[in-house]
Design a protein around this ligand. Structure first.
Ligand code: FAD
Ligand code: DHB
Length: 395
């Protein structure tokens, strides 16, 4: 006999979308159970995104999980766009009326949210197996899973599918109900984490003959750097020396700026795709974050979009539980998708402007350089980049 648990909202996945949703529901007096198939250690150490939009920072602060982020996060008011060996600063502060971004690793956000949920007695279960969902088109959806060799069932009012791109929620929606929009890019990013103070106070996005490069950071002692590579690049072909050599080449500037090398702590290759599913809901199942959409990382938007979905879904559920009003929940997908598509556009645009494409011709390269020249010389164009980068309003 399966062990039966009852809750209001069953949440699958303890990434940013699921954890933000669970904590916001808790603050509104709504119960949830979060089911995560990985261990707590694994999700808290996974190296992923690092740039938080102003709205994400404000939300985490308002939710009471911003204390460490405020202490340890690095606030930036601009980025450097580097091409033809010259840097060009985009001044977010001036262009957006004082807004900025905060560098604070996704793993740290996840740690802070896990701590808050567990300190409040939240039901956050790690290392659950065989998660499946059923009866999602009825008023009594259920989640089944196995934990510690026991079969369990969660009976709930709603299910939030926050289980990422490879999760089980999206594929549980009957075929024919969803439309998928996708673009797979013919390149990937080779990323390293290095024990060395960042060589620049702000992020550098570089366009180079050899391909794109990005200098980012995690803390005043740890740098994060990326190189455009093949989508299926074999990382074993990249010694630390070869990576540093290529980073020196692509990030070089005529100003005399230099890149400082350090011990490589971690390296990996990420593929790049744009993906959206419409609608983001079916019956009583609501998809949030990467389970519904993926962006290429160039605009640093994946984590921020996941948090925004969690916030919009929490609002809809609050409307339902406090006022019996289902209107916002019914329009959840519509509300999210308006913003999701604008962020898709921005991520695609940044990606297209900054990478070398295998099928490009000399016209394409001149057009990319003209685009970079325009963005860094026209205040109107720079403002467009800045307002998207610091984050569009929620709705
Ligand atoms: P996730 O963070 O993926 O969380 C989903 C959770 O669900 C995971 O913890 C997963 O273990 C769990 N799960 C999956 N299946 C099941 C199941 N069947 N049952 C239970 N739990 C399940 N974005 C950027 O902006 N910049 C970056 O540099 C960047 N780098 C990235 C690097 C990598 C390798 C990856 C994969 C993504 C990166 N992203 C980056 C994207 C960003 O990290 C994601 O957009 C963000 O994590 C989305 O949050 P989420 O909560 O929707 O999904
Ligand atoms: C980082 C990742 C990004 O995709 C980006 O555009 C900027 C920074 C990072 O991991 O720090």
């Amino acid at each position: 006999m399966a062990k039966i648990q009852r809750t209001q909202v069953g949440i699958i996945g303890a990434g940013p979308a699921g954890l933000v949703l669970s904590q916001l529901l808790y603050l509104q007096g709504i119960e949830s159970i979060v089911l995560e198939n990985r261990s707590r250690h694994y999700v808290e150490e996974r190296v992923r995104a690092g740039v938080l939009e102003q709205g994400t920072v404000d939300l985490l602060t308002d939710m009471g999980v911003g204390e460490r982020m405020k202490r340890e996060g690095l606030v930036h008011f601009g980025i450097d766009l580097r091409f033809k060996g010259q840097g060009h600063r985009i001044d977010f502060h001036e262009l957006t009326g004082g807004k900025g971004i905060t560098i604070y690793a996704q793993a740290e956000v996840v740690k802070d949210l896990n701590n808050a949920r567990l300190a409040a007695g939240g039901q956050l279960l790690f290392e659950v197996d065989n998660v499946s969902i059923r009866a999602i088109d009825t008023a009594k959806p259920q989640i089944r899973y196995r934990k510690d060799d026991a079969d369990c069932e969660v009976h709930c009012d709603f299910i939030a599918g926050c289980d990422g791109f490879h999760g089980i929620c999206r594929p549980s929606i009957p075929s024919g109900m969803l439309t998928e929009y996708e673009r797979v890019y013919p390149f990937g990013w080779l990323g390293i984490l290095a024990q060395v103070p960042p060589s620049c106070d702000e992020l550098i996005y570089a366009y180079h003959d050899h391909g794109f490069a990005l200098l980012s950071m995690r803390t005043p002692e740890i740098s994060r750097l990326y190189l455009q590579c093949q989508p299926d690049e074999d990382i074993s072909g990249w010694s630390d020396d070869k990576i540093w050599h290529e980073l020196h080449t692509r990030l070089a500037a005529s100003s005399g700026w230099t890149l400082t090398e350090g011990l490589v702590l971690q390296k990996g290759v990420t593929g790049m795709r744009s993906f959206v599913v419409e609608p983001m809901q079916y019956g009583r199942l609501y998809l949030a974050g990467d389970s519904a959409h993926i962006v290429p990382p160039t605009g640093a938007k994946g984590l921020n979009l996941a948090v925004a979905d969690g916030q919009i879904l929490a609002r809809g559920l609050e409307e339902y539980y406090s006022r019996g009003n289902r209107q916002m929940l019914d329009h959840y997908s519509e509300i999210c998708l308006r913003r999701v598509w604008k962020v898709q556009r921005f991520s695609w645009w940044m990606t297209s402007m900054l990478h070398r494409f295998p099928d490009e011709n000399p016209f394409d390269r001149r057009r990319q350089l003209a685009e970079l020249d325009y963005v860094t010389s026209s205040q109107a164009a720079a403002r467009t980049l800045a307002e998207n980068y610091v984050g569009l309003p929620l709705d």
